[in-house]
Write a protein that binds this ligand. Structure first.
Ligand code: HEM
Length: 562
């Protein structure tokens, strides 16, 4: 060894300049690559025929969204749409996105060319960080045969027999809400209807998914009412997920580095998301293990989730749910029993957990926002409210059964009109896996397409000269207007094979709730509870009310008993 060491020492002065040149060359190439990547040059060349405003280096159009539109992406799209038309490109950092704001283009992407656009886009690899694991193994971001087999396994739950059992859950939850509203009415206290609807929807979808009562509120040791930590965790994930998406502004070459940094030294939001995720997972794992025990199935935690999510907060949740055995027939049961048609394999533990969680996450704030926004429009539109109350009263004072829901066409239309103006899932996305022609626009494989559902549903071409007016009559099935419209002019639940799996559950839950509430109460919007006199929206991957939606609630005089 010694002669070799001596030889190296002698060679070093000669090698050093060469080594310095190599290091300098590598650094120069890396800097050049990051600069090129920061300008997204290859992607801009591939999409040069699609109109759009040039992006800034590295940040793309992020500053414009943040400064001018306070993160309301659809406002920026409105501006870009008026400049470039129904299809344009823009940059989320270095990630190019094609936005479409046209019903026919949406049909081509979601329905006609489904094979070229088979799944939603996910800009980062599904690793155990942030919501990638809350939704990552769930249907929302699933791809290929895994998506088709789990969608097929879950689909029967959203057909008639499943829906009938969810109607019972909804009726019970509305009964509890009626009690709370009656108490508020007696006190004359204002009610945050958005929060009330959120609690109701969480109870329904939580029990449907996990087969146990999903307590939204509980009492602490001193008897004070507080929010269930699981509910707070779910809300935290929904409200802060957008923060995690800033990862997209990183050039692709730097992503692994940023990823590693965020995992070792998480920001406060990311740490909060990690904690929330561990709480949600711990509860789901406890319940799923219990269901598997009842079904004689074996729990194999091959990813080591239990260890990864162990922390003092999760331990409390695990203890709370240790003795809870989900009722038969829940979403969890179906997931445990599901088998891959081709291989006969069961779902893996993390897939069952991800699927059940994604039903709760995708199904609760969307449905609750639809109901709250319909109540807002009804409370502020006398003519629509009078017609709705007449329909509800014609049914009588009894609670509607599952088979009665078709007897409320105006209630259904009132909900659709609220979905049209304020779609909770205001956009959807698709990743293009094969070159395709969209009405003359060539979209290359690898592109990400966002469908601006909100813009399509406000387009005067389909909705006439008053697209912003709340007019449920547009949706009455016998109306000429409804027949003449493009099939995707109204697409609040998306379209094609990846259409929302829970739309029937959402609609029946909302019809039941609105009928029951308007049978018994009057809602008067309370502008004094809102700065500016009107409710405001919060930006995010779904739409919602930022500071609630406040109403004064009064009990209606009861009809004389027969
Ligand atoms: C008003 C209520 C709801 C609205 C507005 C809504 C909206 C949407 C939208 C726009 C999509 C994307 C569709 C597409 O890309 O074409 C979607 C997908 C999805 N929704 Fe909903 N949703 C609602 C309620 C629910 C409920 C109650 C559940 C579950 C119980 C649910 C579960 C899902 C799932 C799992 C997907 C992904 C489906 C797949 O990729 O195969 N949603 N929803």
């Amino acid at each position: 060894m010694q002669p070799l060491a001596l030889g190296l020492a002698e060679l070093l002065p000669t090698l050093l300049p060469t080594l310095q040149h190599v290091v300098a060359a590598v650094l120069a190439v890396a800097v050049l690559a990051i600069v090129v990547d920061g300008f997204a040059i290859p992607q801009r060349i591939a999409l040069r025929h699609i109109p759009g405003t040039p992006p800034r280096w590295l940040l793309g159009h992020m500053l414009r969204v943040k400064r001018r539109h306070r993160l309301f992406l659809y406002e920026m799209w409105e501006e870009m749409g008026s400049e470039h038309g129904k299809i344009f490109k823009w940059f989320w950092g270095t990630q190019p996105v094609i936005t479409i704001r046209d019903a026919e283009l949406a049909r081509l992407v979601c329905v006609k060319h489904f094979k070229a656009f088979p799944h939603r886009s996910m800009f980062y690899p599904p690793q155990p960080l942030v919501y990638s694991q809350v939704l990552g193994s769930g249907l929302t971001f699933a791809q290929g045969p895994y998506w088709s087999s789990t969608r097929a396994a879950l689909q029967p739950l959203f057909h008639s027999s499943g829906l009938a059992s969810y109607h019972r859950i909804t009726s019970e939850a509305v009964g509890e809400l009626e009690g709370d509203l009656a108490a508020a009415a007696a006190e004359g206290a204002p009610v945050d209807v958005a929060a009330a609807m959120c609690n109701l929807a969480l109870k329904v979808v939580g029990e449907a998914a996990f087969g146990v009562k999903f307590d939204v509120l509980e009492k602490d040791a001193a008897g004070r009412i507080k929010e269930n930590p699981l509910v707070s965790a779910t809300k935290y994930v929904l409200e802060n997920t957008a923060a995690a998406l800033t990862f997209m502004i990183t050039p692709r070459l730097l992503k692994p580095l940023v990823w590693a940094a965020v995992r070792t030294c998480p920001t406060r939001t990311i740490a909060g998301l990690n904690l929330a995720r561990s709480q949600i997972y711990t509860a789901a794992i406890a319940l799923i293990k219990n269901a598997m025990g009842r079904m004689g199935a074996q729990w194999v935690d091959d990813l080591g989730m239990e260890k990864a999510f162990a922390n003092p907060e999760s331990a409390k949740i695990a203890a709370k749910y240790a003795g809870c055995v989900p009722a038969e027939g829940s979403v969890v049961d179906h997931l445990v029993a599901a088998r891959n048609k081709a291989t006969g394999a069961a779902l893996r533990a993390h897939q069952i957990v991800g699927q059940a969680n994604s039903v709760v996450v995708a199904g609760h704030d969307t449905t609750s926002f639809m109901m709250a926004s319909a109540i807002y429009y009804l409370a502020t539109n006398g003519a629509a409210r009078a017609r709705l109350v007449a329909e509800v009263d014609a049914f009588g004072g009894a609670a509607p059964g599952h088979g009665d829901l078709e007897r409320f066409p105006y209630v259904e239309a009132a909900l659709h009109e609220a979905l049209r103006l304020n779609p909770p899932g205001w956009m959807t996305s698709r990743e293009c896996v094969a070159d395709v022609d969209l009405d003359g626009w060539r979209v290359p494989a690898g592109s990400v397409v966002y469908v601006d559902i909100r813009a399509i549903q406000r387009d005067p071409e389909h909705w006439g000269p008053d697209p912003l007016a709340y007019r449920p009559e547009r949706f009455l099935k016998d109306g000429e207007e409804a027949k003449a419209r493009h099939p995707l002019a109204h697409m609040p639940f998306g379209a094609g094979p990846r259409l929302c799996i829970g739309y029937k559950l959402a609609m029946q839950e909302a019809i039941t709730t609105v009928v029951r509430l308007f049978q018994r109460f009057e809602f008067e919007f309370d502008g004094s509870m809102h700065a500016g006199g009107a409710p405001t929206l919060r930006p995010g991957i779904t739409l919602g009310f930022r500071d609630g939606m406040w109403c004064r609630v009064r009990e209606r005089p009861r009809a004389p008993c027969c």
